[in-house]
Design a protein around this ligand. Structure first.
Ligand SMILES: O=C(CO)[C@@H](O)[C@H](O)COP(=O)(O)O
Length: 187
């Protein structure tokens, strides 16, 4: 038997040591610059072709950010079976899911509220306002996606604006757009 071995050090980016210098510091900076809350994209590769954040991140971020600023994360959950992550994410401020990903949006809204979180409903570019409207009276945020979910840095889809305008006129406190919002999109 040979007498050597390789030593591999685990780098789990889910403790404050790893998070604080990157996401933690950036989150604090965004809040100091005027962001009202943090929007954390949760992706599972099945619902969108990307993987991002998991529920342990809520706790870790709270530990490294919460001491400095008011920690109000909105978890934008773009996964198959969004029901399964409600309890693990119960420390977040808001749980935003896609009605396209569940067969029982009404029940999920109830579960999220019972877990002490606000409710957001997000619609992909291909989903109509009509699919979200029936829930408008029960939610805190309607997220009209202005990019296809999955990646940051995409171009703002101007043709989604009629949906936002429609929500703003019917439910003045609700609509918000997500994706590609930068100086060129704000006019
Ligand atoms: O939910 C998503 C993408 O799936 C969005 O939240 C984007 O992550 C927004 O990124 P930017 O367009 O602002 O870079």
């Amino acid at each position: 038997m040979s007498d050597w071995c390789l030593l591999s050090s685990a780098c789990v980016p889910l403790d404050t040591y790893w998070l604080k210098p990157c996401i933690g510091t950036k989150s604090v900076r965004m809040t100091e610059c005027g962001a009202d809350f943090l929007h954390l994209d949760v992706m599972d590769r099945h619902s969108v072709p990307n993987i991002m954040f998991g529920h342990p991140m809520v706790e870790c971020l709270r530990n490294c950010v919460g001491v400095c600023v008011c920690f109000l994360p909105d978890m934008h959950v773009t996964v198959l079976g969004p029901e399964q992550w409600v309890k693990p994410m119960a420390g977040a401020n808001q749980y935003t899911f896609h009605p396209e990903a569940t067969t029982n949006a009404g029940n999920l809204i109830k579960e999220i509220k019972e877990s002490g979180m606000k409710v957001g409903l997000a619609i992909k570019p291909g989903t109509t306002v009509e699919e979200l409207a029936p829930w408008a009276g029960q939610i805190n945020m309607a997220l009209v996606m202005t990019v296809e979910p999955g990646f940051g840095g995409q171009k703002f889809m101007e043709d989604m604006m009629p949906k936002a305008v429609c929500f703003r006129s019917q439910f003045p406190s609700l609509d918000i757009v997500d994706g590609g919002v930068g100086p060129s999109a704000i006019h």
